[in-house]
Design a protein around this ligand. Structure first.
Ligand SMILES: O=C1O[C@H](COP(=O)(O)O)[C@@H](O)[C@H](O)[C@H]1O
Length: 245
């Protein structure tokens, strides 16, 4: 039985530090159970703050970083190292400071990567990487926690309201004509997100209050489809939670 929990904290800084603390404990617990931990990272402003906060937590020393698999929920389809890539932001915020196993850092392809500027081929390549790590009976790996930011329009990953990518049923998809720049992206799909053990929706600031209020009142925005198998956790600051029922 899946549960939904809404946690509200005073502001964005406290949100980042509490999400970081949860993430560290989640990884430690997953490694205790499975030997490894599998985390899906998100992009956006609050995500970078969370990753920077992980660096400051003494408890992070209890993680064996060489046994953490990192995946991404979506990527802005730009050249490698572009500052707007979610991967670049995560590397600068945290990953470059950790003793990770490079083979376990599963960044989405860049637009100057093996598929060039073919975003559909890049999405297919990422689906193949997911399949290579898949648990039996699935096309994707076990995800202990899948983190998502929430856009002002209620988007999660690169799944935008009213966009055809929302209906994709494969594990990944290319998003074209994104209403938020850049226009071309690669994303996990709704069914893949819904396969994660826990989904955490993380948002801070008053610009997020309207979409979050809509979803928590039963409205149909992309964020409403982001649900974990065991748990869906909304992690909000007071400003983002301002319109919740
Ligand atoms: O473009 C994106 O935006 C969302 C939300 O970003 P934020 O800065 O408003 O928190 C993010 O979750 C997504 O991964 C990213 O590609």
């Amino acid at each position: 039985m899946s549960e939904t929990v809404v946690v509200v904290v005073p502001d964005a800084d406290i949100l980042a530090s509490t999400v970081a603390a949860r993430l560290v404990v989640k990884i430690i617990d997953a490694q205790a159970v499975h030997g490894t931990a599998s985390v899906v990272l998100t992009g956006g402003r609050v995500a970078a703050k969370v990753l920077r906060s992980v660096r400051e937590l003494p408890a992070a020393a209890a993680i064996d970083w060489s046994r953490v698999d990192l995946w991404w929920g979506d990527e802005r389809f730009l050249p490698a190292g572009d500052p707007d890539r979610n991967e670049t932001q995560a590397r600068e915020a945290l990953l470059d400071k950790l003793p990770l196993d490079p083979a376990r850092v599963h960044a989405m392809p860049a637009s100057d990567g093996p598929d060039g500027d073919d975003a559909t081929a890049a999405a297919t390549r990422y689906a193949a990487a997911l399949a290579a790590a898949a648990v039996p009976g699935s096309t994707v790996p076990r995800f202990d926690v899948l983190m998502l930011g929430v856009g002002e329009d209620g988007h999660v990953a690169s799944l935008f309201p009213g966009h055809p990518v929302l209906g994709e049923t494969g594990p990944t998809a290319a998003t074209f004509d994104s209403p938020k720049p850049p226009p071309t992206r690669v994303t996990l799909t709704v069914p893949t997100i819904q396969g994660a053990d826990e989904v955490w929706l993380i948002a801070a600031g008053p610009d997020k209050a309207t979409p979050i209020g809509t979803v928590l009142s039963g409205g149909d925005l992309p964020a409403a489809h982001a649900k974990g198998v065991r748990k869906t956790l909304w992690l909000l600051d007071e400003a983002a939670a301002g319109n919740r029922p």
